[in-house]
Design a protein. Sequence first.
Length: 111
Amino acid sequence: MKPYIKDSIICAILLLTVFFTACISNIEEQQEELTKVSYISDVKPIMDARCLSCHGVGGNFPELKNHADVSNHAAMVKSEVASGSMPKGAVLTPAQIKSIVDWVDEGALDN
């Protein structure tokens, strides 16, 4: 095989590799955007079902009755939930824990 043909094949393979790597990277970024955790859809139902009985209005500190309350104490909520310390008397599923932790890590948005 002539050297310039061999070099052309190697160059083409490298270009295709770069192209497909860029495409895969772009798809992964789009999937991350699609899988962001929603406060309204994912976190609030967990808070309502598992936390408000103790952390509702007039209950234990911190109150977790709405987004402002939860987001103001997001780091504490994440820590207590991730460690399994909360909720007392109830158990969160691994998926529920992941939702809360991911939501906090994504900035505790009101979404």
